[in-house]
Design a protein around this ligand. Sequence first.
Ligand code: UDX
Length: 446
Amino acid sequence: MKIAVIGSGYVGLVTGVCLADFGHEVVCVDKDAAKIEALRSGVIPIYEPGLDELVKVNAGAGRLSFSTDLPAAVAPADVVFIAVGTPSRRGDGHADLRYVREVAREVAGALEGFTVVATKSTVPVGTGDEVAHIIGTANPGADVAVVSNPEFLREGAAIEDFKRPDRIVVGIEDERAREVMTEVYRPLYLNQAPLQFTDRRTAELIKYAANAFLAMKITFINEVADLCEATGADVQEVARGIGLDKRIGGKFLHAGPGYGGSCFPKDTLALMKIGQDFGSPMRLVETTVSINDQRKRAMARKVVAACGGEVRGKTIGVLGLTFKPNTDDMREAPSLDIVRGLQDRGASIVAYDPQGMAAAREMMENVAFAADAYEAAAGADALVLVTEWNEFRSLDLARLKAAMKAPVFVDLRNVYRPHEMQRHGFTFVSIGRTPPAPGEAEIAAQ
Ligand code: UDX
């Protein structure tokens, strides 16, 4: 099949590269000439494990190319994927569809022969209808089937997720698209991934509902963690105990500093707005959004409490800045709120992240950056583990403690075991496992 992917950001690039790896002939298109030039010379603009190798292999085999010429890529294509960004619109949280509409207009003018136009971008319910309308108006003679084909990729595991998905969702209104999309994903049948064909609006809603459900699951266990701290229970054990029930499932029950990233915060907000617009409010989602926002700020208070209620004039070392490991993405990362909260209370911050420091330099002010965890610990009054990178899982605890001014360790990802840390002489605070230290409950409640 000949495929054009419009938008070579995170989703577009992973989609294009993986489809080329399936054997399709793929052109990844972007307006950004510098990005396309870089991709042509093998420079990948994002950090995603394994992606550079796949680009090299498939570009080398002639199946994958990069271009700024949208019409030339669209004309011969059997399928055109729209994979441009849908950021939250400033002010109201609605998904901003400017780029999707623009691309639909450009694609319309370039279509030749029957073409499936598939939206990969996460878009509000009804956007497929709008894309079909835009194309039909701009090019009344176009023979096109607009489908919704949402992606469920996780950053850091995107290639694995693409090649071994739990399911592929395709929303169609024109039966001819069923055959084409079946062909696109044929290699995945070997992995027995169910292909769920449904109508377009349902497919659009599945994407939002999936992300909102996961965000809710995380938020639920985060609130249970707070309750564990208040009651002296252990959230890890609670998560295991409920997760073994197959109806609940053990995944996404890891308590932490709140969810971040490019999807959950944006998509929960957008679903909330869709609900309000259609007069069918999503109250659980609304509450999830508000709890998660508060939680990120509450984590700074947790660190203050661990430091005895005062951080003014103190130095706090921060381990991990990205919203999760194996990415360089800092969007909506809890570290942003935590660092700001600590700075507002007069603390100095020394931070280290294996991949996120370039982005962090753009987004954080007055932060000193360290070369590794031990440098971040040097002279610190406390260390806060915010992102569970593998290299933070087996730190030399004696060396760490020796480097610090005071041995206070706040583990917001429950990487370390309380008794182990206490044995090493740390004042150790984690999530949902330790009873509140004296004064902590009062401070956290402020
Ligand atoms: C998510 C969805 O998983 C994916 O299906 C969708 O297409 C895009 O959004 P991603 O944002 O890459 O993917 O990250 P994910 O691994 O889902 O983590 C999201 C956030 O939730 C992170 O901040 C992570 O730290 C947090 N999280 C996740 C928890 O706090 N606890 C958990 O148990 C799981």
